[in-house]
Design a protein around this ligand. Structure first.
Ligand SMILES: Cc1cc2nc3c(=O)[nH]c(=O)nc-3n(C[C@H](O)[C@H](O)[C@H](O)COP(=O)(O)OP(=O)(O)OC[C@H]3O[C@@H](n4cnc5c(N)ncnc54)[C@H](O)[C@@H]3O)c2cc1C
Length: 240
């Protein structure tokens, strides 16, 4: 297994609870990975209660062609060990990186349309895939269903809206589930099988990549199965 030393080169406070951390690898030019994979991140002060060094998994949000950095999209969870460290990360901070790992990957030769479902930071591996697909100018129809709690939790809003505006093959369907979303003019509430059917023609023939928390992934999978989608057309990655 490959282990690298990386340095933080950029920190972007993307939303109140999400930081984008860009890292680079002084010893090598780039790390080779497929869109959708994740890495295990360690830090000298990331230890369990017994004082033993531990690591956390983070999906890679940048695409393989973005050679000068690897981007991680990190939600700061209350009382989380890594989250607490991450709040105070500075440029130049050293991390250890193992990987890449994971089988949440784009199909090699997709025959149907690509339909993505992201919940919160579940957008991270999907962002890597979208950035990769953008490089090929979205050669097939691609839809992103993206859900978050409040309008202020909309990660990658500007970049996603640009993709939606600039590529006819790409459709962005964001939805806000929170109570305080009075200033949100878009769709509100959770996705349903009815809503999915309205936006996806011939659902059984398309390919689905779903990433979010466990409940989100379970619900979306159940809706898709209800719409007649064969299970082998659905790939999921879930945490939390
Ligand atoms: C494949 C994969 C990819 C992932 N990709 C991403 C990603 O792209 N972005 C992202 O943000 N996350 C991602 N995650 C989740 C990430 O790995 C971490 O789980 C997350 O960042 C929380 O880590 P933490 O150390 O901050 O929190 P932890 O220390 O693990 O704590 C998690 C929660 O448990 C609570 N807790 C901790 N200890 C105790 C205790 N003793 N008693 C009671 N409660 C406790 C904390 O308060 C906190 O709310 C991914 C996970 C996997 C498996």
């Amino acid at each position: 297994m490959q282990e690298y030393t990386a340095k933080i080169t950029e920190i972007i406070q993307e939303t109140k609870f999400v930081k984008l951390i860009r890292i680079s690898f002084p010893e090598l030019k780039k790390i080779t990975f497929f869109p959708g994979q994740f890495v295990m991140i360690g830090h000298k002060n990331l230890k369990n209660d017994a004082g033993i060094n531990i690591e956390r998994a983070f999906s890679i949000a940048s695409a393989p062609h973005q050679k000068n950095h690897l981007e991680l999209c990190i939600k700061l969870v209350e009382g989380g060990k890594f989250s607490d460290l991450c709040k105070n990360f500075k440029i130049g901070e050293q991390l250890t990186v193992k990987g890449p790992f994971g089988k949440f990957l784009l199909p090699e030769h997709p025959s149907g349309n690509l339909i993505f479902f992201a919940g919160g930071t579940g957008i991270a591996p999907i962002m890597s895939m979208l950035r990769h697909l953008q490089k090929g100018r979205f050669s097939q129809k691609t839809i992103l269903f993206f859900t978050f709690r409040e309008p202020t939790d909309y990660i990658y809003q500007k970049e996603l809206e640009e993709l939606d505006k600039n590529y006819a093959q790409f459709t962005l369907l964001p939805t806000c589930t929170g109570q305080k979303s009075a200033d949100w003019s878009g769709i509100k509430g959770r996705f349903t099988s009815v809503y999915i059917k309205e936006h996806v023609a011939n659902p059984a023939s398309q390919l689905y990549l779903v990433c979010g928390n466990n409940d989100f992934a379970k619900d979306i999978k159940a809706y898709l199965v209800e719409l007649g989608v064969p299970k082998d057309h659905i790939k999921t990655e879930a945490w939390g």
